[in-house]
Write a protein that binds this ligand. Structure first.
Ligand code: 5MM
Length: 341
């Protein structure tokens, strides 16, 4: 198969009605933070046990088309002695891999950060592909304050994101392009929209410069929401209207799917906001999810480090959130579904 056909085949399985992506690619410090919240030590065995358990949830593939894994997970085996990517494939879920190496302060731009990981990326991708990965993810992060993100951060991060995407496509790996404007701060909804519009615009400008084939990538952006500390809350309809407005201004119709991150929203908010967008007029792209916390939080709370006694509750909690987000893909989610089993 040539590379374009290979990329298209992966897009075809990732972008399916009623489905979205599960982000289970927490880096070591992040998974340690999530485990600490449930009083579990972040050992390699605990990470393997938890991730094997959630990924073997019966029926997960009904609502999840792809899962983003962390490098360590790609090489781990389940209790049935198959690799985790093999488990995903058995579930009808495409395995993917986080390939950025985290962020560092951007020199000469106080308060701004830049994502690392381009060095040796081509070689790493060849190895990940041998281990079963068919798509990748890279996350850029933008902090909102009175002075950030600056022009330099917006341009430099767009450049690395586009270089990453181009390298992935050259290796037959579908890139998920993730620019995340953070929810932290007391900024308004309109400030989030203003910053996000500038960020997404620059990202697509860079993708064009780097000859990235838009039909063979996915965008994973934040939704337009007020800062966590802002005095005014936004309704699902306001979030949906502002988010779609910014995306229509910045994302070409050639992009097949927009898979939102949850970024610190609650599981219920993330589902309700996605649902509200899918109740609007049809858009040129699919609008779906690539949630980490919003899918996993209830499952982590149910697990509490015990994969024997809490296995069923853990898997039910994940299945439920996947199913509700599957309904939100059609604009058919309702609050009342939260209390159903
Ligand atoms: C799952 O977390 C991913 C990796 O984050 P770190 O590098 O900070 O460990 C993260 O990129 C995630 O995929 C996105 O932020 C979406 O997850 P949320 O929880 O925001 O939906």
């Amino acid at each position: 198969m040539n590379i374009q056909d290979e990329l298209q085949a992966t897009i075809d399985v990732l972008v399916q009605k009623g489905k979205g992506i599960l982000a289970a690619d927490e880096s070591s410090p992040t998974i340690a933070k999530r485990f600490k919240a449930i009083d579990v030590e972040s050992t390699e065995e605990n990470r393997r046990a938890y991730r094997s358990l959630i990924l073997s949830t019966p029926g997960l593939g009904e609502f999840i088309s792809g899962v983003i894994l962390f490098e360590e997970t790609l090489g781990q085996r389940t209790d049935d002695d198959i690799t985790i990517p093999e488990l995903c494939t058995k579930q009808g879920i495409v395995p993917g891999i986080k390939v950025d190496a985290g962020k560092l302060p951007l020199a000469n731009s106080p308060g701004d950060e830049i994502t690392q990981g381009l060095d040796g990326l081509e070689l790493r991708l060849k190895g990940y592909k041998e281990q079963g990965a068919r798509f990748a993810k890279w996350r850029d992060v933008y902090n909102i304050s009175e002075t950030t993100p600056g022009r330099l951060a917006i341009e430099a991060n767009a450049e690395v994101l586009a270089r990453y995407a181009a390298i992935c496509q050259s290796q037959g790996i579908v890139p998920i392009v993730e620019p995340e404007v953070l929810i932290d701060g007391d900024h308004s909804l309109s400030r989030c929209a203003e910053v996000s519009e500038a960020v997404f615009h620059e990202v697509f400008h860079a993708l064009h410069r780097h000859h990235v084939v838009l039909e063979h990538m996915l965008l994973k952006p934040n939704m337009m929401v007020p800062g966590k500390q802002h005095s005014q809350k936004a309704s699902p309809d306001e979030v949906a209207a502002q988010t779609v407005r910014v995306l229509r201004r910045t994302v070409p119709a050639a992009v097949p799917s927009i898979n939102f991150l949850s970024g610190g929203l609650t599981p219920e908010q993330s589902t309700a906001y996605l649902n509200a967008m899918n109740q609007m007029n049809p858009q040129p792209w699919e609008l779906t999810f690539s949630y980490g916390r919003a899918l996993q939080e209830p499952a982590l709370q149910a697990w509490k480090g015990d994969s024997i006694n809490n296995a069923q509750q853990t898997q039910s909690a994940l299945y439920k959130r996947a199913k509700l987000n599957g309904a939100a893909r059609y604009g058919k989610y309702m609050d009342a579904m939260e209390s159903e089993n």
